[in-house]
Ligand binder design. Structure first.
Ligand SMILES: Cc1cc2nc3c(=O)[nH]c(=O)nc-3n(C[C@H](O)[C@H](O)[C@H](O)COP(=O)(O)OP(=O)(O)OC[C@H]3O[C@@H](n4cnc5c(N)ncnc54)[C@H](O)[C@@H]3O)c2cc1C
Length: 206
């Protein structure tokens, strides 16, 4: 199929076309959309892609990024610039191709009905939890989303989570948005009685 270089069961190594590489916060957060139909068809929440960010030899190793969202034949990623690899990735342009392997990982185990679900995201951790929230919404499984960050600019996807219809609570360490404090403070308030069965999904620095 198209640009697929290798097949390993559901997983492929392929060249994916960049549809968009959008800066969400200057030199910090980006949203990358890739046209990669075969991966879009089989991906599950909690899985990730292993991306060769450059065409040349540096950096040698691929970088892992969670699947944030799947839209028809496109897969979206959300990433934060940390070092050289993510900086190079942020400079890649629409129409260029990225060599990647995926989907990797087993994905999140989905809960049974009747379990209280809390999604806890620290900063860029919203990336994989949004895909999970979409899946829970489709299955009519209620959940609460807690998103925490250092400051308001670090709170990503708040509106997207709200549009899914669930309860969304925010905390920032400097108090610039939502409750002042850590996302784990919000969680503490929701902690159940000893007889309640709770399932928690957490990603990022939560
Ligand atoms: C399964 C998996 C899924 C991931 N999903 C995402 C995602 O959806 N979005 C995203 O932005 N990132 C995600 N990451 C983290 C991402 O892979 C790294 O941020 C990236 O590889 C850094 O590459 P770099 O070359 O820019 O930084 P490097 O040059 O490798 O590192 C630069 C500096 O940043 C530090 N650093 C590197 N990674 C992290 C990290 N994760 N947290 C804190 N400090 C770090 C290093 O210790 C070093 O000091 C994921 C990681 C894993 C293992």
């Amino acid at each position: 199929m198209g640009n697929v270089l290798n097949y390993f069961g559901n997983m492929v190594q392929t060249k994916a076309e960049i549809i968009e590489n959008r800066e969400l916060l200057p030199a910090t957060y980006y949203q990358l959309s890739l046209k990669v139909q075969r991966i879009a068809q089989v991906s599950k929440p909690g899985q990730f892609l292993h991306i060769k960010v450059n065409q040349g030899i540096f950096p040698l190793l691929r970088r892992p990024f969670s699947i944030h969202r799947v839209r028809r034949e496109n897969v979206d990623l959300l990433y934060k610039i940390r070092g050289k690899g993510t900086k190079i990735l942020s400079r890649r342009k629409r129409g260029q191709y990225l060599d990647l392997i995926g989907p990797l990982g087993k994905g999140y185990k989905l809960p049974d009905k009747g379990v209280r679900i809390i999604l806890v995201a620290g900063g860029i951790g919203v990336a994989s939890l949004y895909f999970l929230a979409e899946e829970l919404t489709q299955r009519s499984l209620p959940y609460i989303t807690l998103i925490g960050g250092k400051k308001s600019e670090d709170i990503l996807c708040r509106d997207e989570f709200k549009q899914l219809g669930g309860v969304v609570k925010i905390s920032t360490e400097d108090g610039s948005l939502g409750r002042k404090g850590l996302v784990t403070d919000l969680l503490q308030e929701l902690l159940p009685t000893p007889h309640c069965y709770l399932r928690l999904w957490s990603d990022g620095n939560a």
